[in-house]
Design a protein around this ligand. Structure first.
Ligand code: MCN
Length: 781
């Protein structure tokens, strides 16, 4: 096995550039003659826009343009629609929003875009934005999902005929079988949970530059999905053929799903540039980011589990309200859908009926954020499993084991018994949940807990622990990748995916180095430019390795096929007498051979190339492989100080099955990053609105608590167990989101375990010191 091949912990080739400040983000790009934009955002959660006057702003020297919603209408600009609604997949009908670049008549959340100002400098644009006079008529707002569904609640969309601010309903499972299961259950346990609203907080805020020249647009944008941005802006907003817009997403400083969407600013900078004939840049501030980046989660759910005497699950039912905010965003359906369809997790759930109402609120829109629905699902089922263990007085590990889907049952259909929503379930191809559980128990020193608990007690601390299992689906859609040799024999990967921190330049190169036997350092990655990449679907849903990797394998195979013919010609042998190994074509049974690099160079000869050979060696590959099911076991041990309510995670072990591991070091990093986000959600992160006015109370880092190193465990015990996926040629499963799917339930269950002696029975995320302290006091009272 080569030192740089698949399975090796190769250092990330991209990091030198990042660590030495040589990355190139959108804000690093300065085009000649460039102007700067500022967005006027609504200060009201719900208000009529009575009038807008830009006269004062336009009088300021250096101010070039003010655009309003009425201008957008006059210019015939369309709104941004969701990529799909449930009805497009055969589901129930919903209310589809078309989000304009600027609102003309009504503001629907604090942060809704009302006007766009362009000036010589960003500072001047912001000052001018303050000079725009807007007369609002504030209206009552529906801020929380509980309030938004009430009868008589303010409507987010006046012409939405669906009741209770419903964006769309979803339901899946089997009603009759579930009722029967509950009727014959020996035990029924229930939970009522709120999955807190959080935000991605990418290090690089959203930013974009629009440049209009020669009747064509160029957009530089910090996006995970440049082709997706092009398609919506051309198709829905500007109504242009896609050749007229080039989208470049250079280095992107984190996205976490949030930058998978198209935002009004992407359209605004292009439109303003078309109006002025000069490039226009917009860069969000941290507060604008927290206010207007798509948020994640915000789900209220009541769930019940029916169990037999021996701890086997008989049935499960749940009803959720899942906020979508003021608009259904690009992939806004995804979290709501995945939060339901993943509830069965790794367990045999013979009957289930789960439903959700996706609900409009006068708040920031929601969308996929790392995990997108999977963390909600694992939180519900894993909290229920612990409740079941308590009710049945069973060991929480044992009750899980009793319900695991065994490897012998694979492929396993979660939908076998579903009568509603059946097409949206899953077929798990592989998984060995008991094996990973065994390993996690060892790794976490599960047996040593009682001793540590006694030690904690001596210090006045409460120690708790939990073991949970998670499973998620990863990967969606199809993908296209290209491989290209240059005349010197070097290889370029032209990727349809979009690396924004995951390490693709390294892992794809590892694959290519293995398959083609070319030196690792001779492979480079091109991505993120619709002029350089013919087509691609970007990076989200932990899809790149399985879909990008599979497409890349197709391209590599096609390269070898083409090269084989040339190698035969060069070696004066029949192509079918050649074998390829370690980067060389060899005539079988002889010592005649030629390296692939030399074969590639031959494709570029200006003369003497027989007519059957095209100029240059390149090939593309496509993939359309089904989702994979990464899964794993988390064990967490923590201490609570009952005097202050502070929580300290002392030990954390995680054993993951991400299929075949391409780069263990990168996988560790991915899991660790996502664990920080999952632990952050459990213990501190929270977007809070004033329930009456809809004002966000957490729009800065003074109020929104991001986890710091000192809030996280000192060390993670982490291992991977290879259970190769059976549904793609690489045997890989996704890893990018896994950590934050498992972390919230394991932390919360461990916390409830620690607090059990004090009779604390329920606690919501984020379990801040104050909440923990209050729960302790309330239980004592
Ligand atoms: N990998 C591997 N072996 C596997 C699976 C993956 O070595 N069996 C490697 C991959 O080759 C890749 C990385 O792990 O370098 C992540 O791969 P994958 O699971 O395919 O996920 P994607 O590359 O598609 O990334 C998307 C995923 C998602 S959905 C979010 S959200 C997320 C995440 O990645 N956002 C991130 N990780 C992030 N990391 C950073 N730094 N920044 C973000 O915004």
């Amino acid at each position: 096995m080569s030192r740089f091949g698949i399975g090796q912990p190769v250092r990330r080739v991209e990091d030198q550039r990042f660590l030495t400040g040589r990355a190139r983000y959108v804000d690093d790009i300065h085009l000649p003659n460039m102007l700067h934009g500022a967005v006027v955002m609504s200060p009201h959660a719900h208000a009529l826009i009575k009038s807008i006057s830009a006269d004062e702003a336009l009088k300021m020297p250096g101010v070039h343009l003010v655009l309003t919603g009425q201008d957008a209408k006059n210019d015939n600009l369309g709104g941004i629609p969701p990529l799909f609604m449930p009805e497009d997949m055969g589901g129930p009908k919903g209310y589809r929003t078309f989000r304009p670049l600027l609102e003309a008549a009504k503001a629907r959340y604090v942060g809704d875009r009302i006007a766009f100002v362009v000036a010589d400098t960003p500072e001047l644009a912001r000052i001018a934005a303050e000079r725009i006079e807007i007369e609002y008529e504030p209206l009552p707002a529906a801020v929380t999902v509980q309030d938004a569904v009430k009868e008589g609640a303010p409507k987010v969309w006046d012409d939405n005929a669906l009741p209770g601010n419903l964006a769309f309903p979803l339901m899946m499972g089997n009603k009759e079988a579930t009722e029967q299961a509950f009727a014959r259950a020996k035990h029924v346990v229930s939970v009522k949970l709120y999955n807190n609203r959080i935000t991605a907080n990418a290090m690089e805020p959203r930013a974009c530059i629009g440049d209009y020249a020669n009747e064509a647009f160029t957009l530089y944008t910090s996006s995970q999905n440049p082709h997706g941005v092009r398609s919506i802006l051309c198709g829905a907003v500007f109504k242009l053929p896609e050749v007229r817009l080039r989208v470049i997403s250079p280095d992107v400083g984190g996205g976490f799903g949030m930058k998978g969407d198209i935002y009004p600013e992407d359209g605004l900078v292009l439109w303003a540039s078309r109006c002025l004939g000069r490039p226009v840049k917009w860069v969000g501030t941290r507060t604008e980011s927290i206010l207007t980046d798509n948020h994640g989660r915000d789900q209220l759910i009541s769930a019940e589990m029916a169990l037999a005497e021996d701890g086997r699950i008989l049935g499960l039912r749940a009803q959720a309200l899942h906020a979508v905010g003021a608009y259904v965003t690009n992939a806004g359906v995804v979290p709501v859908l995945c939060a339901l369809r993943n509830i069965p997790n790794v367990y045999v759930v013979p009957a289930m009926l789960v439903a959700s109402k996706a609900t409009f609120t006068h708040t920031t829109p929601l969308g996929p954020y790392r995990g997108a629905g999977r963390p909600e699902a694992s939180y519900v089922i894993e909290r229920l499993m612990d409740e079941a263990a308590k009710a049945l007085k069973m060991d929480p590990v044992e009750i899980r084991r009793r319900n695991y889907i065994p490897p012998s049952a694979m492929p396993y259909k979660t939908t076998a018994n579903w009568t509603v929503g059946a097409p949206v379930g899953w077929t798990y191809d592989s998984g060995d949940f008991a094996k990973l559980t065994d390993r996690a128990l060892e790794l976490s020193d599960w047996k040593g807990f009682e001793k540590r608990k006694t030690e904690s007690k001596a210090k006045g601390r409460l120690r708790g622990r939990s073991l949970i299992y998670y499973l998620e689906d990863s990967g969606v859609f199809n993908e296209r990748m290209e491989l290209r040799f240059d005349p010197s024999g070097m290889v370029t990967i032209v990727a349809g995916t979009h690396n924004h921190g995951q390490g693709h330049a390294t892992t794809y190169a590892q694959m290519v180095a293995d398959w083609l036997g070319v030196p690792f350092e001779n492979v480079r990655l091109v991505q993120g430019d619709t002029d350089a990449v013919p087509f691609g679907r970007g990076t989200y849903a932990s899809r790149s390795t399985m879909l990008g990797g599979s497409a890349l394998k197709g391209a590599a195979d096609a390269i070898l096929e083409k090269a084989r013919a040339m190698a035969g010609h060069l070696l004066e042998a029949s192509a079918k007498d050649l074998e390829f190994a370690e980067g060389r074509f060899k005539v079988v049974g002889t010592d005649k051979s030629i390296p692939l690099t030399d074969v590639a160079k031959a494709f570029f000869r200006p003369v003497g190339l027989p007519p059957q050979f095209s100029v240059g060696l390149d090939a593309s590959g496509s993939s359309m492989v089904p989702p994979t099911f990464p899964n794993g076991c988390h064990v967490c041990e923590l201490e609570v100080d009952p005097e202050t309510g502070t929580v300290e995670i002392d030990r954390y072990a995680v054993v993951d099955d991400v299929g075949k591991v391409i780069n263990p070091m990168i996988c560790h990093g991915q899991i660790e990053g996502a664990l920080a986000q999952g632990i952050g959600q459990a213990l501190m992160e929270n977007i809070v609105f004033d329930a009456e006015s809809g004002q966000m109370l957490t729009a800065s880092f003074m109020d929104y608590a991001m986890p710091r190193a000192s809030d996280l465990p000192p060390h993670y015990e982490m291992e991977f167990v290879d259970v190769p996926a059976k549904t793609n040629p690489l045997g890989v499963k996704g890893v990018g989101e896994a950590g934050c799917v498992g972390a919230p339930p394991v932390v919360m269950n461990a916390l409830l375990d620690a607090l059990a002696p004090l009779k604390v029975k329920a606690l919501d995320m984020p379990a801040t010191p104050r909440r923990v302290w209050e729960a302790i006091r309330n239980a004592a009272a």
